[in-house]
Write a protein that binds this ligand. Structure first.
Ligand code: SF4
Ligand code: ZN
Length: 313
């Protein structure tokens, strides 16, 4: 028997395991766009005249968010959406994603800027990994990537005068991040893992996650149903991090207990709210090498570049 959409009676394409809703293509797509809009309003992510930088990797999440934010932006004529892609320099991976990202931005009329590790820090991620090996260090590509991408985005935000940086973290990603920070006992980061992360440092824009109320599977379905082109392959460095194991564990839980991700999100948000006033934020200073805001003497990026012998201490 063909399932019927409960909103219009049309042919259904999806049954939401966690709510039982049955939806046709049109109403499924609308429900996702409404969810993004709900997150933006509920967590007061944007002001109507913000310059919003979207961190656009070319993967399915950020490409989907690009399309939805471009639609929403059309309703706010004073807001500006600007896409920023960080080119880490990963052979056989990043170039295809860049092509896809730039093509979509052109089609949607969204300005697109690319910042590369090589130009900003002197070496691509691949070369940084080789450099670590040459120095007899155990390379940690995802750590290098995370630290330098954050720095690159902050540089882009300053140059492009961005008020906010939107990242395409979906529900699964946000719950994983809360769990990771708990696992590491990093209570301060736990309290700022949620929808809106305001920096304690002047000039570093607030980060927001408009896709955080959409489960990963539904992001994929949205992208497939709207034929959004995205980079389908995985980064060659993705693999055996703790996040990968937490992701697998949460996916198993969600299969057996549909809706558990939303329940965990609410619980973590409550816990973060309760803890926020009790955790002292690390003090705000300046990096002795590059001047970037940091709680220690050196920022994480300079610590890393120093370890690899790429800057002088
Ligand atoms: Fe960067 Fe690791 Fe993600 Fe690859 S898997 S893009 S190296 S964080
Ligand atoms: Zn520094």
């Amino acid at each position: 028997m063909t399932l019927r959409c409960q909103r219009c009676g049309g042919e259904a394409v999806y049954r939401r395991p966690y709510s039982g809703e049955v939806l046709c293509r049109k109403h499924f797509l609308r429900s996702i766009e409404d969810r993004v809009y709900l997150a933006i309003r509920r967590y007061r992510m944007f002001n109507p005249d913000d310059r919003i930088g979207l961190a656009l990797s070319g993967g399915k999440d950020s490409m989907t968010l690009l399309h939805i934010l471009a639609k929403i932006e059309a309703r706010f004529p004073k807001a500006r959406l600007i896409a920023v892609t960080i080119d880490e320099g990963i052979r056989g991976y990043r170039r295809a994603a860049l092509r896809i990202a730039s093509k979509a931005c052109k089609r949607l009329g969204v300005p697109h800027h690319v910042y590369s590790f090589r130009k900003l820090f002197g070496l691509s991620l691949d070369r940084l990994v080789e450099r670590a090996l040459e120095k007899g260090l155990k390379p940690r590509p995802c750590v290098y990537c995370g630290i330098l991408r954050r720095r690159a985005l902050n540089i882009a935000a300053e140059e492009l005068k961005l008020d906010k940086i939107a990242t395409a973290h979906n529900l699964d990603d946000v719950v994983q991040t809360y769990m990771l920070n708990l696992a590491h006992g990093d209570i301060y980061r736990f309290t700022v893992s949620g929808p809106v992360t305001m920096s304690r440092f002047e000039g570093i824009p607030t980060r927001v996650k408009p896709l955080m109320l959409v489960p990963e599977k539904e992001v994929t379905l949205y992208a497939v149903l709207t034929a959004i082109e995205f980079q389908p392959t995985q980064c060659p460095y993705a693999g055996s991090s703790l996040r990968t194991d937490i992701r697998a564990m949460l996916a198993r839980l969600e299969d057996r207990h549909p809706g558990i991700l939303f329940i965990l999100l609410r619980s973590f948000e409550k816990l973060a709210d309760a803890l926020r006033d009790q955790v002292a934020a690390p003090k705000a200073g300046r990096c002795k090498i590059c001047g970037a805001p940091t709680p220690g003497d050196l920022c994480k990026a300079c610590e890393l570049l120093l370890d690899l012998g790429l800057v002088d201490g």
